[in-house]
Design a protein around this ligand. Structure first.
Ligand code: SF4
Length: 212
């Protein structure tokens, strides 16, 4: 039977035979999504906490190469605790599948993790309160590419006032990570004639991911 030696046992043995041994602490691991989730579950940093049924943290592969960022949870997302689960979510999944990924391969998160009342746009102070969580998620996942869905996600994540109709399909940068803005799938459900533009943006995502 093989007996597993602990670090302390090795140290004691080496000291016994006259070799000074300094225990080096295990390498500090970076923060994980679980660490962030444990903190966010009880978050009351902004007023949106009062109306939530669930914190909608994010879903997908914690090592995803492709990260999607939306605006905030809607009614169904709030009920299920998962982002992009309604009709818009189904359309997003279809776009993801079209470029060769399963929904489970990518990661999907939002600017704010609690549902704004009546599905209104998050207020700047709500986005500012919640953005540090998203930034920590990005650091934990370390995606190769980020895709923002809709103008609100683009403006809050990159801190600009760009219009999505002009910005879509144009590469941006967030701390060295390429960011591609495209339309929110809910917008495309109401404006079907623009879907070809969103599909072209997804082709750009696929091309970027293939390149390395
Ligand atoms: S939206 Fe974000 S900052 Fe505001 S209470 Fe929810 S988790 Fe906290």
């Amino acid at each position: 039977m093989t007996k597993r030696l602990t670090r302390n046992m090795v140290a004691a043995y080496l000291q016994e035979i006259g070799i000074d041994y300094i225990l080096v602490p295990p390498r500090a691991e970076g923060e994980t999504l679980e660490d962030i989730l444990a903190e966010i579950r009880t978050c009351r940093r902004c007023a949106l906490c009062s109306g939530r049924s669930n914190v909608v943290f994010g879903v997908g592969n914690p090592r995803a190469r492709l990260l999607f960022v939306g605006e905030g949870p809607g009614m169904e997302e709030d009920r299920q605790g998962e982002p992009f689960v309604g009709a818009a979510g189904k359309r997003l999944t279809r776009w993801i599948n079209r470029i060769g990924f399963a929904r489970e391969d990518v990661y999907i998160a939002n600017i704010v993790k609690c549902r704004p009342p009546g599905n209104r746009t998050p207020l700047p102070e709500e986005a500012a309160a919640c953005l540090p969580y998203l930034r920590r998620q990005i650091r934990a996942i370390r995606p190769k590419v980020i895709c923002t869905l809709g103008g609100v996600a683009l403006n809050f994540l990159l801190g600009n006032n760009d219009r999505i109709t002009r910005a879509r399909g144009q590469w941006r940068d967030l701390d060295g990570i390429p960011v591609l803005p495209t339309y929110h799938p809910a917008y495309i459900l109401r404006n079907a004639t623009r879907e070809h533009e969103a599909l072209a943006d997804f082709d750009l995502l696929a091309e970027r991911l293939r390149s390395g």
